[in-house]
Design a protein around this ligand. Structure first.
Ligand code: SF4
Length: 250
């Protein structure tokens, strides 16, 4: 490969020649949409991140969060090692030291205050990590606390409860078939921004366009003229607080 091409470096990095650049294809770990990323990197430095056009799922689409992963990676405040608080200050520690600290301090706390004195929080990226997926549940069982928080408990637990009651499991989640439907009714959701979250529909804009191109219609009911309402065939405003009457009327 010729090495004449010079890629734009981050402002504080030396120029990187094309010959030294490696391209990696990964999925974005920030949400369920799993958009395909094309990452160019060299000597441990990320050169650029863009959507992977050949990704069969997202077709090159990424949202601003995916595009900003380089900034996240290089953020000087990003945790790169465990921290232990000593005399009111966070001090860098090895993993062995961190586990030893937990073993020293957590059991007495549980003994004194009960298992529910512990709370855990797990974020979206954990769903993209096999190790965390396999062992987090075991950790929860071992801790025995009822206080388990996650991205799900912030914004989607009612959906999971409904799925559990209707279909027998909290992860039996029905999703709209946007690629085949002729009429799509969206109530109070904004997939243009969220990519559907649990629905997992990267490039919603492209899929909505395809729906209309094959003669389909999309109607949005929302008190706000959301980004999704702006691209719908019809937007029906609803008075805030009147959702129940709207649902009842059907
Ligand atoms: S929608 Fe955005 S945050 Fe979610 S996977 Fe795609 S690029 Fe990442």
């Amino acid at each position: 490969m010729p090495n004449a091409e010079t890629l734009a470096p981050a402002p504080d990095l030396a120029p990187v020649t094309a010959a030294a650049v490696t391209t990696a294809h990964r999925i974005c770990p920030l949400c369920e949409a799993c958009c395909g990323l094309e990452i160019k990197h060299s000597a441990g430095q990320v050169i650029s991140i863009r959507g992977h056009a050949a990704d069969v799922f997202s077709h090159g689409y990424i949202c601003p969060k995916g595009a900003s992963l380089k900034d996240l990676h290089e953020d000087p405040d990003r945790l790169r090692t465990p921290l232990i608080k000593r005399n009111g200050q966070f001090v860098e520690a090895t993993w062995d030291e961190a586990f030893a600290e937990i073993a020293l301090r957590l059991p007495p706390l549980i003994a004194a205050h009960g298992r529910d004195a512990v709370a855990t929080s797990i974020g979206n990226p954990a769903a993209h990590k096999m190790g965390l997926l396999m062992y987090f549940a075991r950790l929860m069982k071992g801790l025995g606390t009822r206080n388990v928080y996650s991205a799900s408990t912030l914004d989607q637990m009612p959906k999971q409860l409904q799925a559990g009651l209707m279909f027998g499991h909290w992860l039996s989640l029905p999703v709209p078939d946007i690629e085949r439907t002729d009429f799509m009714l969206i109530l109070g959701a904004n997939p243009m921004v969220s990519n559907g979250s649990l629905w997992t529909v990267p490039d919603f804009r492209g899929k909505a366009k395809a729906l209309r191109a094959r003669g389909g219609r999309m109607v949005v009911i929302d008190p706000r003229r959301s980004e999704t309402a702006a691209v719908a065939d019809q937007h029906l405003f609803i008075q805030p607080g009147s959702d129940v009457f709207c649902s009842w009327a059907w």
